[in-house]
Design a protein. Structure first.
Length: 295
């Protein structure tokens, strides 16, 4: 049993209104789920509306939301507010100590963060490291670089590597389907594969329906590659987010909507029963591996 954990930044469940929601204007076979609607997922998956407000006033933000998502610690309550951007020192301390990749690696589970780094990334100031970077660096597991990407052992956050080409890196372009297949194939050698996609959040801040339409179509193609490769009788796919935003382009800010959690595969029902808040996701995954070990 392995888990593919797909973290997409800023994807909530919004209203079925094409005037504000790009997922209503450009329907996605995978992400178009709406409030006050019967929530169904292809491939027999489970849709779990998941609270991201964490009992703290204000609109959920990325730094605290991602720290909570990847540690199971209510970071917003720890620091007393929602914090945007990159993790602050108190949040970095939580990530370094309690993150999912480290917890599983310490239990001898094989983990990886599938996004490939460039050498230039590590030349930036550490205060600009993402939450996922703190997770993989503190876990003790190897992080992937561009050589891994070129050998189809990892991916770029944008699926196609166009982002890397724009910045002058000589890497082959891929189809979204191929990126999904690569992630699925990583499950053969890992117990947990984590992937991060950030364009959903970036586009929500730009309020661009045109960019959202193109991305939605790309995401569906990516999922096609994932499901073409992953045996749902053997493995589990978990999709979740840190806050809402992409589902409402009327203001370019985050939302208090529940985030979209989708679960497919072998242990989907067991995971779905445990998840109510983004704080529940990491403990649910850890407990699942513990349960499977003792079965």
């Amino acid at each position: 049993m392995s888990i593919l954990f797909l973290f997409f930044d800023g994807v909530g469940i919004g209203v079925n209104d094409p005037r504000v929601n790009p997922l209503a204007r450009t329907p996605s076979r995978f992400l178009s789920h709406f409030l006050d609607d019967t929530l169904r997922s292809p491939y027999g998956g489970r849709v779990v509306p998941t609270n991201a407000t964490l009992g703290v006033a204000g609109v959920p933000q990325s730094a605290t939301g991602q720290t909570t998502l990847f540690t199971g610690v209510n970071a917003s309550q720890v620091v007393g507010k929602h914090i945007s951007g990159f993790p602050t020192q108190p949040l970095r301390e939580l990530l370094n100590e309690y993150n999912l990749l480290k917890a599983l690696h310490n239990r001898a589970q094989r983990v990886c963060f599938a996004n490939c780094y460039t050498e230039d990334y590590f030349k930036r100031r550490k205060i600009w490291y993402s939450a996922t970077t703190w997770c993989i660096l503190s876990s003790g597991a190897r992080h992937f670089m561009l050589d891994d990407l070129k050998q189809d052992r990892g991916v770029s956050h944008d699926f196609t590597n166009a982002f890397l080409n724009e910045f002058g890196y000589d890497v082959p372009l891929r189809t979204p389907e191929k990126a999904g297949q690569i992630l699925g194939n990583l499950l053969a050698d890992h117990d947990l594969v984590l992937f991060e996609h950030i364009l959903t959040d970036k586009i929500s801040h730009r309020k661009s329906f045109e960019m959202a339409q193109d991305l939605i179509q790309t995401i569906d193609r990516f999922f096609d590659g994932v499901f073409e490769t992953v045996d749902l009788n053997q493995h589990t796919i978990l999709f979740s987010s840190d806050h809402g935003g992409f589902e409402d382009l009327s203001h370019g800010k985050h939302t208090t909507n529940p985030v979209l959690t989708l679960i497919w595969g072998k242990d989907q029902d067991r995971l779905a029963r445990r998840i109510h808040s983004i704080q529940d996701i990491t403990p649910a995954i850890i407990d699942l591996f513990e349960d499977c070990y003792h079965e």
